[in-house]
Design a protein around this ligand. Structure first.
Ligand code: FBP
Length: 553
C-alpha cells in the first residue's frame, strides 16, 4: 500500500459541509428559475450565441426531477492551471452522478481539453475518486491549456463525444476556459450534438469573479498558503534585521493575490498593478516609491523589509505595458520566424522596425535575461507568460542603482541586502482549506444538478460564501451573461471578462488606508499554516477580500 501522511489520511475522511438541500438525491431537487437583471447584452453576443444565450439564472428547491434518474455518461476535464480543490469538484460530481443512477459513468479526459480532442480518457471509479478527496492537485486526470478552437479540433472532439455517447461535459477552468466552454456549448447545439456543457469557476488568481460569481475556487487556499510562508519570511528578517525581501506573487494580470496577502500580512510595500495603471506611474516612479520607503526605514535603523509584487505588474506599468501591447500586435508574424531567430540580438533586429521607438527603447533598457523573458513563446490563448518574467530581480537591480545615486547625493546611508522570491506554483496544489474543500464539493454537485435539469452553456455558482456553508445558495448562470466584447488578436470577440482589482472596492480601500502605517511601522501579522482541524475561527476563516466585499454598508 502507498505511504500516506496522517494528515492526508485524515483529509480523506473529511466530509465537506454543504447546504442540506444539495446533499439530497438529485431526483428530489427541482430548478427555481430567476430572471437576471442585466438588461443590456451586446448584439454580437446574442448573434454568436444564438442557440445558447439566455438571461435565465437558476437556483434549486425541494421537488421532483425524474430526469435525474436516467443513466448518463458525463465527461470532465481540468483546463488551465492547477488550483486547490479541483479534486473535490470531481468528487462532488461523481457522488451526485452515482446517487442518481449507479449505472452512470464519469469519464475523465486526460491533460485538459487535449484529452477530449485526442480521445485520451479514463472512467473514474469510486476507488480513484476516494483516493483524492480533499487533496490538492489535479493529478487525478491531469490538466492542460489547449484551446479547442479550430474546425478540426471541434470535429475530433465531436467524434470522441459521439463514440463515448457522452451526454454532458463539465469544464473546470478560468475565464478563457469558460469562454471556450460557452463556445463548445453553442457549437454542440448548432450541430445538434446532444452534449450539454457546464463550466466551473476555477483559478487561484481570483480574477474570475463578477456580480454572479463571488470567488473562484483555489484563491482561498493559495492566498492562505502564500501568507503563511511570507509571514515566516517577514519574521525571519525581523529577527536578523538584515534583508529586504522582494516577493513576486502569482496572479497573472490581476493583483488580487498580492492584495489579499497584503491584507493578511501587512507588508511594508505592496504594489497593485491596477493602481499603477490608473496613476500612469512610470517604472522609475515605482522604483522611487520603493526607495523612499527603504531610505526612510533606514533612518530608523531598519534596514530590512518586505515588498510584495504581483506577477502581472508588467502589464500595468506604462512602458512595459506598451511593449507587451506592441509585441501582441506583431506576435502572429513574430511567432512564424521565432525558431529561426537564434539569439536576442537577432530577435531585437527583427523587431526594431516593427516596434515604435519608445517600445523598442524599453526592450533595449531591460537586462538581457528579462528581455528574453518578454520575448518568450506565449501560452495557447496568446497570453504573455508573466510567471516567467523575473520582475522581482528587475526591480532589485533598478533599486540598487537608484540607492547608489541616492547615497552619492547624501539621501541614503543604510545597508541594502535584497533577496528575491517567487511564490506561485507551490501554492496551486496545496491541500484545499476547509473553505475550498466545501466550496468545490458543492460546485461539483451543483454541476450535476444543472446537467440533470437539461441546461447547457451555464456555469455552476455558489453564493452567500461569507456565510456558513449550510446557508450557501447554489445554482447556475448562463456563461454568456458574463461576457463582454473585447479585441482579441485584432478581432472583436465575446469573452468572459477578467476581473481586475477594483480601486473603489472595499479590499483596495482598506489597504490604501493602512499602507503608510505598514510601510514605516513594522506591523507584520503572522497567519500561520492553514488549519484543517480545530477552532472554527482558525479553520473556517474566509479571505479578507471576501469578508470586505460582502460586508454590508
Ligand atoms: P489559470 O488562470 O488557468 O487558473 O492559471 C493561473 C496561473 O496559475 C497564473 O497565476 C500563472 O500566471 C499561470 O497560471 C502559469 O501558467 P503555467 O502553469 O502554464 O505556467
Amino acid at each position: 500500500m502507498k505511504n500516506i501522511s496522517p494528515l492526508q489520511k485524515a483529509r480523506y475522511a473529511y466530509k465537506p459541509v454543504i447546504p442540506q438541500l444539495l446533499m439530497k438525491n438529485p431526483s428530489l431537487i427541482e430548478l427555481k428559475k430567476e430572471e437576471l437583471l442585466k438588461n443590456e447584452v451586446d448584439e454580437r453576443i446574442k448573434n454568436e450565441f444564438a442557440f445558447t444565450h439566455t438571461t435565465q439564472a437558476v437556483t434549486f428547491k425541494d421537488g421532483k426531477n425524474p430526469q435525474a434518474l436516467k443513466p448518463r455518461n458525463v465527461g470532465v476535464l481540468l483546463s488551465g492551471g492547477q488550483a486547490p480543490g479541483g479534486h473535490n469538484v470531481v468528487a462532488g460530481l461523481f457522488d451526485a452522478i452515482c446517487e442518481s443512477n449507479p449505472e452512470s459513468k464519469l469519464i475523465g479526459f486526460h491533460l485538459g481539453p487535449s484529452g477530449l480532442v485526442n480521445g485520451d480518457y479514463e472512467i473514474l471509479t469510486k476507488e480513484i475518486v476516494d483516493s483524492v478527496r480533499n487533496t490538492g492537485g489535479f493529478d487525478i486526470i491531469g490538466c492542460g491549456r489547449t484551446k479547442i478552437e479550430t474546425d478540426e479540433q471541434i470535429e475530433k472532439a465531436v467524434s470522441v463525444i459521439k463514440s463515448l455517447n457522452l451526454d454532458s461535459l463539465v469544464i473546470i477552468g478560468g475565464d478563457d476556459s469558460n469562454t471556450n466552454a460557452a463556445i463548445l456549448a453553442e457549437v454542440f447545439k448548432k450541430k445538434e450534438v446532444p452534449c450539454q456543457v457546464i463550466g466551473i469557476p476555477k483559478t487561484i488568481d481570483g480574477d474570475l469573479k463578477n456580480e454572479y460569481i463571488e470567488a473562484s475556487f483555489g484563491f482561498d487556499t493559495a492566498t492562505k498558503f502564500y501568507s503563511s510562508v511570507i509571514g515566516s519570511l517577514a519574521r525571519d528578517t525581523m529577527s536578523s534585521k538584515k534583508y529586504w525581501n522582494f516577493v513576486k506573487l502569482m496572479g497573472r494580470s490581476a493583483s488580487h493575490i498580492a492584495l489579499e496577502c497584503a491584507l493578511q500580512i501587512q507588508p511594508n510595500v505592496c504594489l497593485i498593478g491596477e493602481e499603477i495603471k490608473q496613476k500612469g506611474a512610470s517604472l522609475a516612479q515605482v522604483i522611487d516609491h520603493i526607495c523612499d520607503v527603504i531610505s526612510k526605514r533606514a533612518l530608523n535603523g531598519e534596514n530590512y523589509g518586505l515588498v510584495l509584487i504581483p506577477e502581472g505588474i508588467v502589464e500595468f506599468i506604462p512602458e512595459t505595458a506598451n511593449l507587451i501591447l506592441e509585441l501582441n500586435i506583431n506576435w502572429q508574424e513574430f511567432e512564424k520566424v521565432y525558431e529561426s531567430l537564434k539569439n536576442l540580438t537577432e530577435k531585437k533586429a527583427w523587431l526594431k522596425d516593427r516596434l515604435t521607438l519608445n517600445a523598442f527603447a524599453t526592450l533595449c533598457e531591460l537586462p538581457d535575461e528579462i528581455a528574453e523573458q518578454f520575448l518568450a513563446l506565449r501560452d495557447p490563448h496568446g497570453n504573455i507568460i508573466v510567471s516567467k518574467i523575473e520582475t522581482e530581480k528587475l526591480f532589485i537591480g533598478m533599486i540598487q542603482s537608484r540607492l547608489l545615486k541616492m547615497r552619492a547625493n547624501g539621501e541614503y546611508s543604510g545597508h541594502f541586502s535584497p533577496m528575491a522570491f517567487f511564490y506561485g506554483y507551490e501554492g496551486r496544489c496545496v491541500m484545499p482549506s476547509n473553505f475550498d474543500s466545501n466550496y468545490c464539493y458543492a460546485l461539483g454537485r451543483t454541476a450535476f444538478l444543472l446537467i440533470a435539469n437539461g441546461l447547457t452553456g451555464y456555469i455552476a455558482t455558489v453564493r452567500n460564501l461569507e456565510q456558513n456553508a449550510e446557508n450557501w445558495i447554489c445554482g447556475g448562470i448562463p456563461l454568456t451573461m458574463m461576457m463582454n466584447v473585447e479585441i482579441r488578436k485584432g478581432v472583436p470577440k465575446p469573452v468572459i471578462e477578467k476581473s481586475l482589482v477594483d480601486l473603489n472596492g472595499k479590499p483596495f480601500l482598506e489597504f490604501a488606508q493602512k499602507r503608510d502605517e505598514w510601510a514605516f511601522n513594522t506591523e507584520y501579522v503572522f497567519t500561520g499554516p492553514i488549519q484543517y482541524f480545530g477552532p472554527s475561527e482558525c479553520c473556517d476563516r474566509i479571505t479578507r477580500t471576501l469578508q470586505l466585499e460582502k460586508a454590508r454598508g
